[in-house]
Design a protein. Structure first.
Lengths: 402, 131
Protein backbone atom coordinates (compact mmCIF):
# COMPACT_ATOMS: atom_id res chain seq x y z
CA UNK A 1 0.00 0.00 0.00
CA UNK A 2 1.23 3.45 -0.88
CA UNK A 3 1.84 5.64 2.16
CA UNK A 4 1.42 9.38 1.92
CA UNK A 5 2.34 11.56 4.89
CA UNK A 6 0.17 14.68 4.95
CA UNK A 7 0.90 15.85 8.47
CA UNK A 8 3.93 18.09 7.97
CA UNK A 9 2.46 20.80 10.20
CA UNK A 10 2.66 18.29 13.06
CA UNK A 11 6.23 17.35 12.30
CA UNK A 12 8.48 16.50 9.38
CA UNK A 13 10.91 13.79 8.40
CA UNK A 14 14.48 14.99 8.94
CA UNK A 15 16.09 15.82 5.59
CA UNK A 16 18.87 13.44 4.51
CA UNK A 17 21.57 16.13 4.33
CA UNK A 18 20.42 17.57 7.67
CA UNK A 19 20.59 14.12 9.27
CA UNK A 20 24.15 13.63 7.97
CA UNK A 21 25.25 17.00 9.34
CA UNK A 22 23.66 16.26 12.72
CA UNK A 23 25.11 12.78 12.84
CA UNK A 24 28.61 14.08 12.22
CA UNK A 25 28.28 16.34 15.25
CA UNK A 26 26.95 13.46 17.34
CA UNK A 27 29.94 11.32 16.44
CA UNK A 28 32.80 13.75 15.87
CA UNK A 29 32.07 17.03 17.65
CA UNK A 30 30.45 15.77 20.79
CA UNK A 31 32.10 18.19 23.19
CA UNK A 32 30.33 20.52 25.58
CA UNK A 33 30.40 23.90 23.88
CA UNK A 34 31.15 25.52 27.23
CA UNK A 35 34.29 23.44 27.80
CA UNK A 36 37.53 25.29 27.22
CA UNK A 37 39.53 22.37 25.83
CA UNK A 38 39.83 21.62 22.13
CA UNK A 39 36.94 19.13 22.07
CA UNK A 40 34.65 21.69 23.63
CA UNK A 41 35.85 24.48 21.39
CA UNK A 42 35.27 22.32 18.32
CA UNK A 43 31.63 21.97 19.41
CA UNK A 44 31.50 25.70 20.12
CA UNK A 45 32.63 26.44 16.55
CA UNK A 46 29.73 24.35 15.22
CA UNK A 47 27.30 26.13 17.52
CA UNK A 48 28.48 29.61 16.60
CA UNK A 49 28.74 28.72 12.91
CA UNK A 50 25.09 27.64 13.01
CA UNK A 51 24.11 30.83 14.78
CA UNK A 52 25.91 32.91 12.16
CA UNK A 53 24.26 31.06 9.30
CA UNK A 54 20.79 31.56 10.76
CA UNK A 55 21.55 35.22 11.48
CA UNK A 56 22.71 35.70 7.91
CA UNK A 57 19.46 34.15 6.67
CA UNK A 58 17.44 36.67 8.65
CA UNK A 59 19.86 39.54 8.14
CA UNK A 60 20.30 40.02 11.88
CA UNK A 61 23.21 39.82 14.28
CA UNK A 62 24.26 36.40 15.61
CA UNK A 63 23.82 37.54 19.20
CA UNK A 64 20.14 38.18 18.45
CA UNK A 65 19.67 34.41 17.99
CA UNK A 66 19.08 32.37 21.16
CA UNK A 67 18.84 28.60 20.84
CA UNK A 68 16.06 26.89 22.81
CA UNK A 69 14.45 23.47 22.93
CA UNK A 70 11.72 24.40 20.44
CA UNK A 71 8.65 26.48 19.73
CA UNK A 72 6.98 25.99 23.09
CA UNK A 73 10.03 27.09 25.02
CA UNK A 74 10.67 30.02 22.69
CA UNK A 75 7.13 31.29 23.13
CA UNK A 76 7.34 30.84 26.90
CA UNK A 77 10.70 32.60 27.06
CA UNK A 78 9.41 35.48 24.93
CA UNK A 79 6.30 36.20 26.97
CA UNK A 80 7.41 35.21 30.47
CA UNK A 81 10.91 36.62 29.93
CA UNK A 82 9.50 40.00 28.93
CA UNK A 83 7.10 39.90 31.88
CA UNK A 84 9.99 39.31 34.30
CA UNK A 85 12.10 42.11 32.87
CA UNK A 86 9.28 44.66 32.57
CA UNK A 87 7.18 44.11 35.70
CA UNK A 88 5.50 47.50 35.50
CA UNK A 89 3.63 46.45 32.34
CA UNK A 90 0.69 44.21 33.09
CA UNK A 91 -1.23 44.04 29.83
CA UNK A 92 -0.82 41.56 26.96
CA UNK A 93 -2.46 41.43 23.54
CA UNK A 94 -2.65 38.15 21.62
CA UNK A 95 -5.12 36.47 19.26
CA UNK A 96 -7.80 33.85 19.90
CA UNK A 97 -6.20 31.45 17.39
CA UNK A 98 -2.68 31.30 18.84
CA UNK A 99 -1.06 27.96 19.57
CA UNK A 100 -1.87 26.64 23.08
CA UNK A 101 1.70 27.35 24.23
CA UNK A 102 1.00 31.06 23.77
CA UNK A 103 -2.64 31.00 24.92
CA UNK A 104 -1.95 28.95 28.03
CA UNK A 105 1.07 31.06 28.89
CA UNK A 106 -1.13 34.15 28.69
CA UNK A 107 -3.80 32.44 30.80
CA UNK A 108 -1.18 31.55 33.35
CA UNK A 109 -0.11 35.18 33.53
CA UNK A 110 -3.76 36.21 33.84
CA UNK A 111 -3.90 34.16 37.02
CA UNK A 112 -0.93 36.20 38.25
CA UNK A 113 -2.81 39.45 37.71
CA UNK A 114 -2.06 40.26 34.09
CA UNK A 115 -4.81 41.57 31.85
CA UNK A 116 -4.97 39.90 28.44
CA UNK A 117 -6.88 41.03 25.35
CA UNK A 118 -7.56 38.35 22.76
CA UNK A 119 -7.85 39.66 19.20
CA UNK A 120 -10.75 38.19 17.24
CA UNK A 121 -10.37 36.86 13.71
CA UNK A 122 -12.76 37.28 10.79
CA UNK A 123 -14.41 34.42 8.88
CA UNK A 124 -11.25 34.03 6.84
CA UNK A 125 -9.18 33.61 10.01
CA UNK A 126 -7.31 36.93 9.95
CA UNK A 127 -6.94 39.50 12.77
CA UNK A 128 -7.82 43.12 12.15
CA UNK A 129 -5.18 45.83 12.32
CA UNK A 130 -7.80 48.25 13.62
CA UNK A 131 -8.43 45.99 16.57
CA UNK A 132 -4.69 45.83 17.26
CA UNK A 133 -4.59 49.66 17.28
CA UNK A 134 -7.56 49.77 19.67
CA UNK A 135 -6.17 47.21 22.09
CA UNK A 136 -2.59 48.41 22.47
CA UNK A 137 -2.15 50.56 25.61
CA UNK A 138 0.63 52.41 27.40
CA UNK A 139 1.01 49.54 29.84
CA UNK A 140 1.02 46.81 27.17
CA UNK A 141 3.94 44.46 27.76
CA UNK A 142 3.82 42.66 24.42
CA UNK A 143 1.61 41.98 21.44
CA UNK A 144 2.00 38.34 20.38
CA UNK A 145 0.45 37.24 17.09
CA UNK A 146 1.46 34.16 15.12
CA UNK A 147 2.66 34.44 11.53
CA UNK A 148 1.05 31.23 10.22
CA UNK A 149 -1.75 29.45 12.03
CA UNK A 150 -1.02 25.79 12.69
CA UNK A 151 -4.55 24.51 12.05
CA UNK A 152 -5.82 26.54 9.12
CA UNK A 153 -2.57 27.95 7.75
CA UNK A 154 -3.77 31.52 7.50
CA UNK A 155 -1.15 34.27 7.34
CA UNK A 156 -1.48 37.17 9.73
CA UNK A 157 -0.31 40.67 8.77
CA UNK A 158 2.50 40.49 11.30
CA UNK A 159 4.81 43.04 9.66
CA UNK A 160 2.01 45.62 9.82
CA UNK A 161 1.17 44.67 13.40
CA UNK A 162 4.84 45.15 14.21
CA UNK A 163 4.79 48.65 12.76
CA UNK A 164 1.77 49.58 14.88
CA UNK A 165 3.55 48.27 17.97
CA UNK A 166 6.82 50.01 17.14
CA UNK A 167 5.05 53.34 16.80
CA UNK A 168 3.44 52.85 20.20
CA UNK A 169 6.67 51.68 21.80
CA UNK A 170 5.27 48.23 22.58
CA UNK A 171 7.17 44.97 22.05
CA UNK A 172 5.93 42.72 19.27
CA UNK A 173 6.46 38.95 19.32
CA UNK A 174 5.50 36.53 16.58
CA UNK A 175 5.29 32.76 16.74
CA UNK A 176 6.80 31.84 13.36
CA UNK A 177 7.00 28.10 13.96
CA UNK A 178 4.78 27.29 10.96
CA UNK A 179 6.16 30.00 8.68
CA UNK A 180 9.97 29.66 9.00
CA UNK A 181 11.58 28.92 5.61
CA UNK A 182 8.10 28.73 4.09
CA UNK A 183 6.73 32.26 4.02
CA UNK A 184 8.87 35.40 3.79
CA UNK A 185 9.00 37.60 6.83
CA UNK A 186 11.01 40.79 7.27
CA UNK A 187 12.32 41.29 10.79
CA UNK A 188 12.35 45.09 10.59
CA UNK A 189 9.24 45.57 12.72
CA UNK A 190 9.57 42.44 14.83
CA UNK A 191 11.14 42.40 18.29
CA UNK A 192 10.93 38.71 19.10
CA UNK A 193 10.26 35.66 16.93
CA UNK A 194 9.93 31.96 17.77
CA UNK A 195 11.08 29.15 15.49
CA UNK A 196 11.18 25.37 15.75
CA UNK A 197 13.48 22.90 14.01
CA UNK A 198 11.24 19.90 13.52
CA UNK A 199 8.71 21.70 11.31
CA UNK A 200 11.41 22.29 8.69
CA UNK A 201 13.03 18.86 8.41
CA UNK A 202 15.50 19.52 11.24
CA UNK A 203 15.42 17.46 14.45
CA UNK A 204 12.92 17.78 17.28
CA UNK A 205 14.13 19.47 20.45
CA UNK A 206 15.71 22.55 18.96
CA UNK A 207 14.32 26.01 18.34
CA UNK A 208 15.23 29.65 18.31
CA UNK A 209 14.05 32.82 19.89
CA UNK A 210 15.12 35.84 17.90
CA UNK A 211 15.47 38.77 20.30
CA UNK A 212 16.20 42.15 18.75
CA UNK A 213 19.12 44.03 20.31
CA UNK A 214 17.95 46.22 23.17
CA UNK A 215 14.82 44.27 24.09
CA UNK A 216 14.58 43.99 27.89
CA UNK A 217 14.16 40.31 28.71
CA UNK A 218 15.12 37.95 31.52
CA UNK A 219 15.74 34.19 31.49
CA UNK A 220 13.11 31.72 32.66
CA UNK A 221 15.62 28.88 33.03
CA UNK A 222 18.47 29.55 35.42
CA UNK A 223 21.70 27.64 35.78
CA UNK A 224 24.97 27.66 33.88
CA UNK A 225 24.26 30.89 32.07
CA UNK A 226 24.60 29.55 28.53
CA UNK A 227 23.23 31.46 25.54
CA UNK A 228 24.35 34.82 26.81
CA UNK A 229 22.75 34.09 30.17
CA UNK A 230 19.31 33.81 28.59
CA UNK A 231 18.91 30.08 28.35
CA UNK A 232 20.80 27.89 30.79
CA UNK A 233 21.38 24.26 29.93
CA UNK A 234 24.09 22.51 27.91
CA UNK A 235 23.94 23.74 24.34
CA UNK A 236 22.23 21.37 21.90
CA UNK A 237 24.97 21.56 19.29
CA UNK A 238 23.64 18.80 16.99
CA UNK A 239 20.22 20.43 17.09
CA UNK A 240 21.62 23.85 16.26
CA UNK A 241 23.63 22.41 13.37
CA UNK A 242 20.50 20.65 12.10
CA UNK A 243 18.42 23.80 12.28
CA UNK A 244 21.03 25.77 10.36
CA UNK A 245 21.36 22.98 7.77
CA UNK A 246 17.58 23.08 7.17
CA UNK A 247 18.02 26.48 5.54
CA UNK A 248 19.40 24.64 2.49
CA UNK A 249 16.47 22.20 2.19
CA UNK A 250 14.44 22.60 -0.99
CA UNK A 251 10.77 22.57 0.05
CA UNK A 252 9.65 22.96 -3.60
CA UNK A 253 7.24 25.59 -2.43
CA UNK A 254 5.80 26.55 -5.81
CA UNK A 255 5.21 22.96 -6.90
CA UNK A 256 3.62 22.00 -3.58
CA UNK A 257 1.43 25.11 -3.69
CA UNK A 258 0.25 24.03 -7.13
CA UNK A 259 -0.48 20.52 -5.79
CA UNK A 260 -2.37 22.01 -2.88
CA UNK A 261 -4.60 24.04 -5.17
CA UNK A 262 -5.21 21.01 -7.36
CA UNK A 263 -6.23 18.95 -4.31
CA UNK A 264 -8.50 21.74 -3.05
CA UNK A 265 -10.15 21.90 -6.46
CA UNK A 266 -10.72 18.14 -6.35
CA UNK A 267 -12.07 18.16 -2.80
CA UNK A 268 -14.49 20.96 -3.64
CA UNK A 269 -16.18 18.56 -6.03
CA UNK A 270 -17.32 16.48 -3.06
CA UNK A 271 -20.71 17.78 -1.98
CA UNK A 272 -21.03 19.49 1.41
CA UNK A 273 -17.38 20.50 1.51
CA UNK A 274 -15.92 23.59 3.09
CA UNK A 275 -12.35 24.86 3.02
CA UNK A 276 -11.66 26.64 6.30
CA UNK A 277 -9.65 29.83 6.32
CA UNK A 278 -8.55 32.25 3.62
CA UNK A 279 -7.24 30.73 0.43
CA UNK A 280 -5.31 33.80 -0.59
CA UNK A 281 -3.60 34.49 2.75
CA UNK A 282 -2.53 30.96 3.48
CA UNK A 283 0.70 29.02 3.89
CA UNK A 284 1.61 27.11 0.71
CA UNK A 285 1.01 23.59 2.06
CA UNK A 286 -2.09 23.74 4.28
CA UNK A 287 -5.56 22.39 3.52
CA UNK A 288 -8.12 22.49 6.32
CA UNK A 289 -11.29 20.96 4.99
CA UNK A 290 -14.66 20.05 6.51
CA UNK A 291 -17.25 17.59 5.29
CA UNK A 292 -20.86 17.94 6.35
CA UNK A 293 -22.41 15.17 8.44
CA UNK A 294 -19.33 13.17 9.35
CA UNK A 295 -16.77 13.30 12.12
CA UNK A 296 -13.10 14.12 11.62
CA UNK A 297 -11.54 11.44 13.77
CA UNK A 298 -13.42 8.69 11.96
CA UNK A 299 -12.31 10.18 8.66
CA UNK A 300 -8.71 10.43 9.85
CA UNK A 301 -8.76 6.78 10.97
CA UNK A 302 -10.30 5.60 7.73
CA UNK A 303 -7.65 7.48 5.74
CA UNK A 304 -5.03 5.98 8.07
CA UNK A 305 -6.22 2.53 6.98
CA UNK A 306 -5.72 3.65 3.39
CA UNK A 307 -2.13 4.75 4.09
CA UNK A 308 -2.91 8.46 4.09
CA UNK A 309 -1.85 10.26 7.24
CA UNK A 310 -3.69 13.45 8.13
CA UNK A 311 -4.67 15.08 11.39
CA UNK A 312 -7.84 16.34 12.91
CA UNK A 313 -8.50 19.13 15.32
CA UNK A 314 -11.93 17.75 16.02
CA UNK A 315 -13.30 17.02 19.45
CA UNK A 316 -12.94 13.29 19.50
CA UNK A 317 -9.25 13.16 18.66
CA UNK A 318 -8.13 15.50 21.35
CA UNK A 319 -7.83 14.56 24.96
CA UNK A 320 -9.70 17.69 25.91
CA UNK A 321 -12.85 16.70 24.02
CA UNK A 322 -13.40 20.20 22.81
CA UNK A 323 -14.18 21.30 19.33
CA UNK A 324 -11.46 23.21 17.51
CA UNK A 325 -11.22 26.67 19.05
CA UNK A 326 -9.71 27.92 15.83
CA UNK A 327 -12.63 26.84 13.63
CA UNK A 328 -15.00 28.14 16.29
CA UNK A 329 -13.30 31.52 16.11
CA UNK A 330 -13.98 31.52 12.36
CA UNK A 331 -17.68 31.02 13.12
CA UNK A 332 -17.75 27.71 11.24
CA UNK A 333 -21.06 25.84 11.60
CA UNK A 334 -20.77 23.07 14.19
CA UNK A 335 -21.76 20.41 11.65
CA UNK A 336 -18.64 21.40 9.77
CA UNK A 337 -16.36 21.90 12.79
CA UNK A 338 -16.59 18.24 13.74
CA UNK A 339 -16.04 17.05 10.21
CA UNK A 340 -12.72 18.77 9.71
CA UNK A 341 -9.31 17.37 8.86
CA UNK A 342 -6.01 19.06 8.16
CA UNK A 343 -3.73 18.07 5.30
CA UNK A 344 -0.28 19.64 5.53
CA UNK A 345 1.66 18.73 2.45
CA UNK A 346 5.28 17.91 1.74
CA UNK A 347 7.17 17.29 -1.49
CA UNK A 348 5.98 13.68 -1.74
CA UNK A 349 2.51 14.95 -2.65
CA UNK A 350 3.63 16.17 -6.06
CA UNK A 351 1.96 14.08 -8.76
CA UNK A 352 -0.31 12.25 -6.32
CA UNK A 353 -3.06 14.86 -6.15
CA UNK A 354 -5.73 12.79 -7.91
CA UNK A 355 -4.91 9.72 -5.84
CA UNK A 356 -5.31 11.69 -2.61
CA UNK A 357 -8.58 13.30 -3.69
CA UNK A 358 -9.87 9.87 -4.73
CA UNK A 359 -9.08 8.30 -1.37
CA UNK A 360 -10.57 11.17 0.62
CA UNK A 361 -13.74 11.03 -1.52
CA UNK A 362 -14.00 7.30 -0.94
CA UNK A 363 -13.63 7.67 2.84
CA UNK A 364 -16.10 10.55 3.01
CA UNK A 365 -18.63 8.56 1.02
CA UNK A 366 -18.28 5.53 3.32
CA UNK A 367 -18.80 7.63 6.45
CA UNK A 368 -21.71 9.52 4.93
CA UNK A 369 -23.38 6.20 4.25
CA UNK A 370 -23.22 5.54 8.00
CA UNK A 371 -24.39 9.00 9.01
CA UNK A 372 -27.97 9.87 9.89
CA UNK A 373 -27.34 13.34 8.46
CA UNK A 374 -28.09 13.44 4.81
CA UNK A 375 -27.10 16.45 2.83
CA UNK A 376 -29.77 19.12 2.89
CA UNK A 377 -27.74 20.91 0.26
CA UNK A 378 -30.42 23.18 -1.05
CA UNK A 379 -31.28 24.37 2.44
CA UNK A 380 -27.66 24.88 3.34
CA UNK A 381 -26.71 26.44 0.08
CA UNK A 382 -23.21 25.05 0.40
CA UNK A 383 -20.90 22.59 -1.22
CA UNK A 384 -21.52 20.16 -4.02
CA UNK A 385 -20.01 19.87 -7.44
CA UNK A 386 -22.84 21.81 -8.94
CA UNK A 387 -23.24 24.01 -5.90
CA UNK A 388 -19.58 24.64 -5.29
CA UNK A 389 -19.17 27.79 -7.31
CA UNK A 390 -18.94 30.70 -4.95
CA UNK A 391 -21.48 29.29 -2.53
CA UNK A 392 -19.22 28.60 0.42
CA UNK A 393 -18.72 32.06 1.80
CA UNK A 394 -16.54 33.17 -1.05
CA UNK A 395 -14.15 30.24 -0.86
CA UNK A 396 -14.92 28.75 -4.26
CA UNK A 397 -14.67 32.17 -5.80
CA UNK A 398 -11.20 32.55 -4.35
CA UNK A 399 -10.18 29.25 -5.93
CA UNK A 400 -10.98 30.74 -9.31
CA UNK A 401 -9.04 33.86 -8.49
CA UNK A 402 -5.84 31.98 -7.77
CA UNK B 1 -1.21 -3.55 14.52
CA UNK B 2 -2.89 -4.20 17.84
CA UNK B 3 -4.15 -0.78 18.63
CA UNK B 4 -4.44 2.50 16.86
CA UNK B 5 -3.09 5.16 19.13
CA UNK B 6 -4.18 8.77 18.75
CA UNK B 7 -3.15 11.14 21.45
CA UNK B 8 -4.40 9.44 24.58
CA UNK B 9 -6.96 7.51 22.62
CA UNK B 10 -6.26 3.99 21.51
CA UNK B 11 -8.70 1.47 20.13
CA UNK B 12 -8.45 -2.28 20.52
CA UNK B 13 -8.77 -4.71 17.61
CA UNK B 14 -12.43 -5.38 18.24
CA UNK B 15 -13.38 -1.70 18.17
CA UNK B 16 -11.42 -1.22 14.96
CA UNK B 17 -13.07 -4.29 13.44
CA UNK B 18 -16.55 -2.89 14.16
CA UNK B 19 -15.45 0.52 12.86
CA UNK B 20 -14.16 -1.02 9.62
CA UNK B 21 -17.08 -3.38 9.16
CA UNK B 22 -20.05 -2.05 11.07
CA UNK B 23 -22.90 -4.54 11.53
CA UNK B 24 -26.53 -3.57 10.93
CA UNK B 25 -25.61 -0.23 9.42
CA UNK B 26 -28.08 1.58 7.23
CA UNK B 27 -31.73 2.45 7.06
CA UNK B 28 -34.59 0.19 8.10
CA UNK B 29 -37.31 0.85 5.57
CA UNK B 30 -40.33 -0.41 7.51
CA UNK B 31 -39.11 0.33 11.02
CA UNK B 32 -41.70 0.17 13.81
CA UNK B 33 -39.86 2.73 15.89
CA UNK B 34 -36.72 4.84 15.83
CA UNK B 35 -34.86 7.16 18.17
CA UNK B 36 -31.95 9.52 17.90
CA UNK B 37 -29.62 10.53 20.71
CA UNK B 38 -26.62 12.81 20.91
CA UNK B 39 -25.96 16.29 19.70
CA UNK B 40 -24.17 17.56 16.63
CA UNK B 41 -22.35 20.07 18.84
CA UNK B 42 -20.69 17.14 20.62
CA UNK B 43 -19.85 15.49 17.33
CA UNK B 44 -21.74 12.25 18.04
CA UNK B 45 -25.29 11.48 16.92
CA UNK B 46 -26.79 7.98 16.83
CA UNK B 47 -30.04 6.86 15.30
CA UNK B 48 -31.43 3.38 16.04
CA UNK B 49 -34.31 1.85 14.08
CA UNK B 50 -36.11 -1.31 15.20
CA UNK B 51 -38.58 -3.77 13.73
CA UNK B 52 -40.55 -5.69 16.33
CA UNK B 53 -42.61 -8.86 16.08
CA UNK B 54 -44.28 -10.51 19.10
CA UNK B 55 -42.18 -8.36 21.43
CA UNK B 56 -38.97 -9.53 19.80
CA UNK B 57 -36.56 -7.25 17.92
CA UNK B 58 -36.51 -9.03 14.58
CA UNK B 59 -34.48 -6.41 12.78
CA UNK B 60 -32.39 -3.44 13.85
CA UNK B 61 -30.29 -0.86 12.04
CA UNK B 62 -28.25 2.16 13.00
CA UNK B 63 -26.90 5.32 11.48
CA UNK B 64 -24.20 7.22 13.31
CA UNK B 65 -22.26 10.38 12.83
CA UNK B 66 -19.28 10.21 15.10
CA UNK B 67 -15.82 8.95 15.85
CA UNK B 68 -14.66 5.35 15.55
CA UNK B 69 -15.89 4.60 19.09
CA UNK B 70 -19.33 5.96 18.31
CA UNK B 71 -19.59 3.80 15.18
CA UNK B 72 -18.24 0.67 16.89
CA UNK B 73 -20.56 1.00 19.91
CA UNK B 74 -23.55 1.49 17.60
CA UNK B 75 -22.58 -1.62 15.71
CA UNK B 76 -22.12 -3.67 18.89
CA UNK B 77 -25.34 -2.41 20.50
CA UNK B 78 -27.36 -3.51 17.50
CA UNK B 79 -25.65 -6.91 17.57
CA UNK B 80 -26.50 -7.34 21.24
CA UNK B 81 -30.12 -6.30 20.74
CA UNK B 82 -30.90 -8.35 17.67
CA UNK B 83 -33.35 -11.22 18.28
CA UNK B 84 -33.78 -10.18 21.92
CA UNK B 85 -37.16 -9.56 23.51
CA UNK B 86 -37.92 -5.92 24.24
CA UNK B 87 -37.57 -6.66 27.93
CA UNK B 88 -34.11 -8.15 27.44
CA UNK B 89 -33.00 -5.45 25.04
CA UNK B 90 -33.93 -2.55 27.26
CA UNK B 91 -31.63 -3.93 29.95
CA UNK B 92 -28.60 -3.51 27.71
CA UNK B 93 -26.49 -0.71 29.15
CA UNK B 94 -23.77 1.43 27.63
CA UNK B 95 -21.34 -0.42 29.89
CA UNK B 96 -22.50 -3.78 28.45
CA UNK B 97 -21.71 -2.44 25.00
CA UNK B 98 -18.22 -1.31 25.88
CA UNK B 99 -17.53 -4.57 27.73
CA UNK B 100 -18.63 -6.53 24.68
CA UNK B 101 -16.14 -4.54 22.64
CA UNK B 102 -13.45 -5.25 25.23
CA UNK B 103 -13.10 -1.80 26.69
CA UNK B 104 -13.10 1.67 25.19
CA UNK B 105 -10.52 4.35 25.84
CA UNK B 106 -11.75 6.05 29.05
CA UNK B 107 -12.12 9.38 27.30
CA UNK B 108 -14.62 7.82 24.90
CA UNK B 109 -16.88 6.23 27.51
CA UNK B 110 -19.07 9.25 28.07
CA UNK B 111 -19.40 11.07 24.80
CA UNK B 112 -19.29 8.27 22.30
CA UNK B 113 -21.03 5.39 24.02
CA UNK B 114 -24.68 6.29 23.62
CA UNK B 115 -26.06 3.50 21.49
CA UNK B 116 -27.77 1.68 24.36
CA UNK B 117 -29.51 4.94 25.24
CA UNK B 118 -30.77 5.21 21.69
CA UNK B 119 -31.94 1.60 21.79
CA UNK B 120 -33.88 2.13 25.05
CA UNK B 121 -35.41 5.26 23.63
CA UNK B 122 -36.51 3.43 20.48
CA UNK B 123 -38.13 0.71 22.61
CA UNK B 124 -39.91 3.41 24.60
CA UNK B 125 -41.20 4.96 21.39
CA UNK B 126 -42.40 1.56 20.20
CA UNK B 127 -44.23 0.89 23.47
CA UNK B 128 -45.94 4.26 23.40
CA UNK B 129 -47.01 3.68 19.81
CA UNK B 130 -48.45 0.25 20.51
CA UNK B 131 -49.90 0.94 23.96
Amino acid sequence: MEMIYLDNAATTRVDDAVALAVNEVFLESYGNASSLHDVGQEAKRHLEGSREKIAAYFGCEPKEITFTSGGTESNNLAIRGLAKANPEKKHIVTSVIEHPCVLDTCKDLESEGYEVDYLKVDEQGIVSLDEVREKVRDDTLVVSVMHVNNEIGTLQPVEEIGIICRKKGVYFHTDNVQGFLKEDLALASIDLMSISGHKVQAPKGVGILYIRNGVKIKPILTGGGQENNLRSGTENVPGAVGLAAAIDVDFKIDEVRYSRDKIIEGLMKISGTRINGSLTHRVYNNINVSFYGIEGEALMLMLNEMGIFVSTGSACASTKLKESYVLKALDVDEMYIHGSIRLSLGVDVIGKEDYIVGKVSEAVEKLREMSPFKLPLEELGVGGSELGEGKIKGVAREVEDE
Amino acid sequence: MDAVVMGNVDYNKNVMEHFRNPRNMGELEDADAEATVGNPSCGDVMKIMIKVKDDVIVDIKFQTMGCAAAIATSSMATELAKSKTLEEAEKISNKDVSLALGELPPIKEHCSNLAADALRKAIEVYRKKTA
